[in-house]
Every structure is written in C-alpha cells, then in structure tokens.
Design a protein around this ligand. Structure first.
Ligand code: SF4
Ligand code: SF4
Length: 205
C-alpha cells in the first residue's frame, strides 16, 4: 500500500506561479490513497484564478498505453499549458513525463509507504515511496530508483560510457536526468543549493 499526500501549498504555488496549468488526476488503484478532497479544493482555486487549461481525471495513469490514448484527446489543452501538474503516485508522474517529454511535468504529491499489499502490475517506472518526491528537480526521472545509490545531489562520478558503475546493465540515472533537464531547458535546476534529504519522510506513516 502507499499513500499520496499533497505537497505544501507554497511548493505548488512556486510550480504554477504565472503559468497556465493542465491538471491530471489519477484516481487509480485500490493500493493508493489519493488526497482527492484537498486536491479538488486546490484545483478549484487554480481554476478560479484562470490558470487551468484543462483537467483529465482518470485511473491507472501508470498504464502507459491507456494513458497515452487519454492524453491524446487533450493535446490542445496540454499545448496551451506551461506546466502539467500531476496528482498521482511517483509512478504516474514518471509515466506522464516520459510521454510528454518536451513539457514541464510536475508532481503535486509526495508518495509515502504504508504497510501491506501493493499492486503487482508490471510497471515501466518505479517509485520507492520515499516520502519526499524529487521528480520536480530531476525532470520527472526518479533519482531514488534510477540511480543505484539513490543519490539526490547528482552523479557519483563512477559512470563509464553512460553505464552505472554498480550495475553495468543499466544506464547511469543521473546521466539520464541531465539529458532530460537539457531537453526541457531546465539545467538551471542543477545549480540550486544542495538538496538535503529528509529521511524522516522515508518511514512508514
Ligand atoms: S522521488 Fe522517486 S521514490 Fe521518491 S516519491 Fe518521487 S518517484 Fe517515488
Ligand atoms: S554511476 Fe550513475 S546511476 Fe550508478 S550509482 Fe553513480 S550516479 Fe548512480
């Protein structure tokens, strides 16, 4: 099981300030608790401010094929937006970010673990439910699962020819993050102060 919690309002304000927003809500699987009420209130406020170009509420946005079909029906609204704000667990945000690769895709929620059963559907992307989602700083690629050492402050320096020094079968996650940030014109993010990981959020709630 896992639970998604809305990020702090100031954090979300920083993501959408002066921007048009397309919103994606995932009300997907039984294994995930979504903050539907709080998210709904926030989205009403954004709509009242004239920021929202469209809203897609659906289930299982982690199912790549289905999600792509649904997104295709909203492409004009997505194109009109500066930011796509996703209310889902970390897997959903990564799936959307990979599909809308030229768009700024942001996580509106943090994903935390809960004890018990979790879905067994094979997924393209992984979220370790770390409790403090970094996807907004890493271009929608999870540094916790894409990097063998779960580094949150950049590459360890051990990669060779783009492969991870721990597992040569995988690409270095931080090289992927760099390329993605370069693609969306967000390399400035890497100049931000060192990210201090709050490990207290990595505990079961
Ligand atoms: S940073 Fe990764 S592990 Fe943490 S919540 Fe986001 S997607 Fe999940
Ligand atoms: S080589 Fe890349 S993916 Fe591997 S541990 Fe170092 S930074 Fe992480």
């Amino acid at each position: 099981m896992l639970i998604t919690e809305l990020k702090a309002r100031e954090t979300i304000n920083g993501l959408v300030e002066g921007k048009k927003v397309f919103i994606i809500n995932c009300h997907g699987c039984k294994e995930v608790h979504f903050p539907e009420k709080e998210a709904g209130e926030l989205q009403k406020e954004l709509a009242a401010e004239g920021k929202v170009t469209g809203i897609l509420t659906t289930d299982y946005i982690c199912n790549q094929e289905n999600m792509e079909l649904r997104l295709q029906k909203h492409m004009s609204e997505i194109e009109a937006a500066d930011v796509v704000l996703v209310f889902s667990c970390g897997v959903g945000v990564q799936t959307v970010a990979a599909y809308l690769e030229e768009k700024k895709v942001c996580a509106a929620c943090d994903t935390c673990p809960l004890p018990g059963f979790q879905g067994v559907t094979p997924l393209e992307y992984k979220c370790d439910q770390c409790g403090e989602c970094y996807l907004n700083l890493t271009g929608g690629i999870c540094p916790i699962t894409a990097c063998s050492k779960s580094l949150v402050n950049g590459q360890c320096g051990g990669a060779k020819n783009g492969r991870c020094e721990v597992d040569s079968d995988m690409e270095c996650g931080w090289e992927r993050i760099y390329r993605r940030l370069e693609q969306i014109g967000r390399l400035d993010v890497l100049k931000c102060p060192t990210q201090v990981r709050n490990f207290a959020t990595d505990e079961e709630v």
